[in-house]
Design a protein around this ligand. Structure first.
Ligand code: UD1
Length: 368
């Protein structure tokens, strides 16, 4: 069986890594990585291939940035050529980025079966580009691999056949648990952020990049005001996404000196920081889940989440992106996780099947 495994943007690389690794034990399986080049900077892409022990991709499509239509179109044109050349039996797409959408459409129109990993998640917010990508990809996929029960419910409600939907756990958590072990063998003193961490026993870790949070000056200003207030209590470590860096500069917004900003981090360096944070502030989808898996308190700067299990069984609190909501959630966080009383409030992960074996389960289902 020949499979193309597609990744394009930063949150995809950690999801394909366990699938690629688990594929190696199957003799009759040829698994080729296709990197669409949606993310192309070293810090957004290559460092992840290194940290995640991924080989050079078999195909690199150099799609690059641009408007949604330009980016999606460039991925589609390039990926069609790859599919025609390779004639795969199956295309695997992960997550909800533009590359996920582009490659699933191309494969399906060439009558190649499509498996969607992380299927069925819904924020019900169509102002999010990812929600459109999720819905369209799920409308044409053949296999749906689901991370949490809400995904199962959404897909069945949308009329998918029970035989095509599989609750397998989460490949991103497979990767996380693998990397937690790898980090133990790592010389962390070589990390650029090691000195910063050693100076601050208690800190918050922060990521933010969503257009809804960073593209509008009033919203971004309001969020930064809150961060500056939180930074009066605790230092904040903030690896800044290129989109956010651009907007902070454009709107001339100033962050408190107690917020340490640096460029995007590799997977391990980032994990090294957030797993020991008092709590994480984020608008990322992945970090809501990863913090839940390791029991780290998480405050999400969004009005909704397509990952409700992180609130029901995990450590996530939805704060929204308006100052009042953020400060209220910060107060709630302090209370529920005893922030400020020396406790880091770690909890055990209670999410079913987030046990590091999702990739294995997926291959068992897909292979004849
Ligand atoms: C994309 C995904 C989002 C994901 C995020 C993680 C979509 C619709 N969005 O958003 O779901 O959470 O990745 O990072 O697919 N840029 C660089 N270097 C790069 C890549 C981008 O400087 O390697 C700059 C671009 O010029 C652009 C900005 O960052 O101005 C945004 O990049 P883009 O790929 O459009 O979307 P993301 O916001 O990263």
């Amino acid at each position: 069986m020949k499979v193309l495994l597609v990744a394009g943007a930063r949150p995809n690389f950690m999801k394909i890594a366990p699938l690629y690794r688990a594929a190696q034990v199957h003799e009759n399986l040829e698994c080729l990585i296709v990197h669409t080049g949606q993310h192309y900077d070293y810090a957004m892409s290559q460092t992840f291939f290194d940290d995640l022990e991924l080989p050079e991709p078999a195909h690199f499509l150099e799609a690059g940035s641009g408007s949604h239509a330009e980016q999606t179109a460039r991925v589609m044109v390039a990926f069609e050529k790859v599919c025609i050349k390779e004639e795969p039996d199956l295309v695997i797409v992960v997550g909800d980025v533009n590359s996920t959408l582009a490659c699933s459409i191309v494969a399906k129109k060439l009558l190649i079966k499509v498996a969607h990993i992380e299927a069925g998640l819904r924020s019900f917010d169509l102002t999010m580009p990812e929600e459109i990508n999720r819905m369209v990809t799920d409308s044409i996929s053949d296999y749906f691999f689901v991370t949490e029960s809400s995904g199962l419910e959404n897909l069945l409600r949308e009329g998918k056949s029970e035989e095509a939907v599989f609750l397998v756990g989460h490949v991103m958590i497979d990767n996380l648990l693998h990397q937690v072990e790898k980090l133990k063998e790592c010389d962390t003193s070589a990390f650029a952020v090691a000195e910063l961490k050693s100076k601050h026993p208690q800190y918050f870790f922060m990521t933010m990049h969503r257009p809804a949070n960073v593209d509008d000056p009033e919203t971004l200003n309001g969020i930064v005001d809150c961060l500056n207030r939180i930074a009066e209590d605790y230092p904040i470590f903030f690896p800044v996404h290129p989109r956010t860096a651009k907007m902070l500069k454009q709107f001339k917004i100033k962050l408190s000196d107690n917020i340490s900003c640096f460029g995007p981090l590799g997977f391990r360096e980032s994990l090294y920081l957030w797993r020991d944070a008092i709590a994480v502030l984020t608008d990322s989808g992945g970090l809501q889940e990863e913090t839940t898996a390791l029991g780290i308190p998480c405050l999400t700067l969004r009005e909704n989440t397509e990952r409700p299990i992180t609130i029901e069984l995990g450590t996530n609190i939805l704060a929204g992106n308006q100052p009042e909501g953020i400060m209220k959630a910060y107060a709630q966080l302090s209370e529920s996780f005893a922030v400020g009383e020396g406790s880091t409030g770690r909890r055990e992960c209670k999410v079913p099947k987030w046990d590091g074996r999702a990739a294995e389960r997926i291959w068992q289902i897909l292979l004849p």
